[in-house]
Design a protein around this ligand. Structure first.
Ligand code: ZN
Length: 64
């Protein structure tokens, strides 16, 4: 089972409607529209997810 990085849906890798490779990883998508969204800006979807170390999102440094 894989996770569609765009909509975070569970996708069966064997039956995925679409897939794409990025940075040596294969990503699976529920539909071609999600694949298109991903390939347009892959870094937007892979930087905060699936990197083992969950930082990112709403994290800010409190200077000041
Ligand atoms: Zn999707």
């Amino acid at each position: 089972m894989a996770i569609d990085p765009v909509c975070k849906m569970n996708v069966n890798a064997e039956k995925a409607a679409a897939k794409a490779e990025y940075a040596g990883q294969t990503y699976y998508f529920c539909c071609a529209a999600c694949q298109k969204t991903f390939t347009a800006q892959p870094e937007k979807y892979v930087s905060s997810a699936a990197r083992g170390h969950a930082t990112g999102g709403t994290h800010h440094h409190g200077h000041g």
